[in-house]
Every structure is written in C-alpha cells, then in structure tokens.
Design a protein around this ligand. Structure first.
Ligand SMILES: Nc1ncnc2c1ncn2[C@@H]1O[C@H](COP(=O)(O)OP(=O)(O)OP(=O)(O)O)[C@@H](O)[C@H]1O
Ligand SMILES: [Mg+2]
Length: 279
C-alpha cells in the first residue's frame, strides 16, 4: 500500500483517534494494530495513550520494546506518550493543565507522519480534547444491539432513531469546534469488531440498523474485524499478527493470521488514505 495521492502532503501529522464511550469494545486493540501497520508501511508513527490509568497502549509498547531487546529482533516502535489526568483541584486549572499536556505531546510528535490516539471508554475533558484532534475517528463496536446504543437510542421494532447518544453529541460538538476554527471535519468511521458467527437474522438486522444510522448520525462503516485469538494472544510479547512470518504453524493458523492481516489492511484502506500499491 502507499499513501494515496489525494492526501495533501502536509507537514503536520495525520491524527487517527480511536474512541467510544463504551469499555471493552476493542479501542486499544485497534489503536495497536493501526500503529503497527502504519510503521510497517514505513511511516513514522506517534502514539498517545489518553487512557493512561489503564495504560493498555503504553503496556503494549513497553512489552514490544522489551521483546525487541530480548530477541534482538528489530521490531518497529512508535514515539509514545502517555498523558495522565491533572491532579489540580480547581476544574478550570485541571483543564488548562490537561490541554497543555496534550499540546506538549503533539509538539513532541510533530515530526511523525501519523499520530494514533487511544482514549478511555468514558467521558472526560482529556477524552473530549483528544476527539477534537481527530482527522479520522474510529469507533469500534461489538456486534450487539447494546453497543449500537453508543451511537443512538433506537426503537428496534420500528427501526427508528429516537435520539442521538451522548457520545454522538460529543463527536458533533468537537466536529463543530473544528469546523468553526477552519479545520477539516472529522471523518468518523464505525468499525464492527469481534465479528462472530451470529445468527444470520440478527446480523442482517444490525447491518440494516447501522446503515440507517450512518446516514442519520454521519459516519461511515468500515469492513469489520473478526473475533480471532491472534488479535489478543501476543499482547504480552508486544507483538501482533502483522509481525508474524507468512509461514510456520498449522494450516489453520496460517490462514487465520493471513486473514487477520488482511482485515487490518482493509481498515487502513477504509480510512481512505491509502491505495493498493501497484504490483
Ligand atoms: N477482534 C478481536 N478478537 C479477539 N479478541 C479481541 C478482539 N478485539 C479485542 N479483543 C480483546 O478484547 C478485550 C478488550 O479489548 P480492548 O482492550 O482493545 O478494548 P478497549 O475498548 O480498549 O477496552 P477499555 O474500554 O477497557 O479500554 C481484550 O482482551 C482484547 O484482546
Ligand atoms: Mg483500552
């Protein structure tokens, strides 16, 4: 893959934020795989952990650095920053402090092609100003009606959107602020994650609802990511399916790893910055 020609060659990093107001939907997993995939394409990548208390993204890159050191294997490493919440008692002072911390991180990562930001599964000032930086926002969603509530309150029987969710409003607000400031709007991409073999009728119903919501709420749907052991099993080694050799292991394993790599590449393509490199 190569950087698509329609991307203006700017000197500022392109920012991909992974966010959702729900915990455990695959935000950190998505951020990890995107960052590694971009580095494997030869880009300089900065990563920012706005969920520093949990610290999943930070732990992954710590594990990866240790693995590279132990094995002598040259694993790509991002320029990583973790931002902890301010301890200031006064809310205005805390916000100013956190805005300053985020700006410092951006200044440190100014020479990167991409910045990938992982966010916590709950609303906070840091989470909101993180969303404000998104050129692309990726919201992973598990395949259930409960998860769709992250986007909007829906009436399942009547297939109607009753009201946007608090999270959709957060994204709209940040988007408006960007547009007012003369910056490009957020390209919001919803990603179905951990796709499993759901009952076909259920799956069709979720797909139909998401297509309806995409128009109403203003996001695009990316091809999904399946439930695969390889997406979680190598976390402690700081590795991903993208780091595995194309051969080795059983036939089933090879096929599953190849499929995992394909899914991550399709996500990159869906973001719209890339086109397949000519063969
Ligand atoms: N496609 C997938 N296949 C298999 N396991 C997955 C997949 N996506 C995520 N997981 C696993 O699901 C769990 C939750 O994922 P992850 O930590 O990425 O979610 P999160 O949205 O960052 O959670 P939190 O809100 O707590 O930060 C992890 O154990 C992760 O390895
Ligand atoms: Mg996380």
């Amino acid at each position: 893959m190569q950087l698509d020609s329609h991307r203006p060659e700017e000197s500022v990093p392109y920012v991909i934020v992974v966010g959702s107001e729900k915990g455990g939907t695959g935000k950190s997993t998505t951020a990890i795989h995107l960052a590694v995939a971009l580095m494997k394409l030869g880009f300089r990548v900065g990563t920012i952990d706005l969920d520093a208390r949990q610290g999943t993204l930070s732990a992954f890159f710590r594990n990866r650095a240790a693995q590279a050191e132990r094995s002598g294997r040259p694993l790509e490493l991002s320029k990583h920053r973790a931002i902890v919440r301010s301890g200031a008692g006064d809310p205005a002072a805390a916000e100013a402090d956190e805005a300053g911390r985020l700006q410092d991180a951006f200044d440190d990562l100014a020479d990167c092609h991409f910045i990938v930001i992982d966010t916590p599964g709950s609303d906070s000032y840091l989470c909101r100003i993180g969303h404000n930086r998104a050129d692309t926002l990726i919201t992973p969603l598990n395949d259930s009606f409960l998860d769709i509530e992250v986007l909007a309150h829906i009436n399942r029987e009547r297939r109607e959107v009753e009201a946007p969710s608090v999270y959709s409003q957060l994204v709209w607000e940040q988007n408006n602020q960007r547009v007012v400031a003369g910056r490009p709007p957020i390209d919001w991409v919803v990603l179905r994650n951990r796709l499993a073999h759901l009952e076909a009728r259920n799956m069709r119903e979720i797909q139909a609802l998401l297509s309806l919501l995409a128009k109403r709420i203003g996001f695009r749907l990316a091809p999904g990511i399946s439930e695969r052991v390889v997406f979680r099993e190598m976390f402690m080694q700081g590795m991903t399916a993208l780091d595995l050799p194309e051969t080795g292991g059983g036939q089933g394993e090879i096929a599953s790893h190849a499929a995992a790599r394909r899914e991550v590449q399709e996500l990159l393509q869906a973001i719209g910055l890339f086109e397949a490199a000519p063969a």
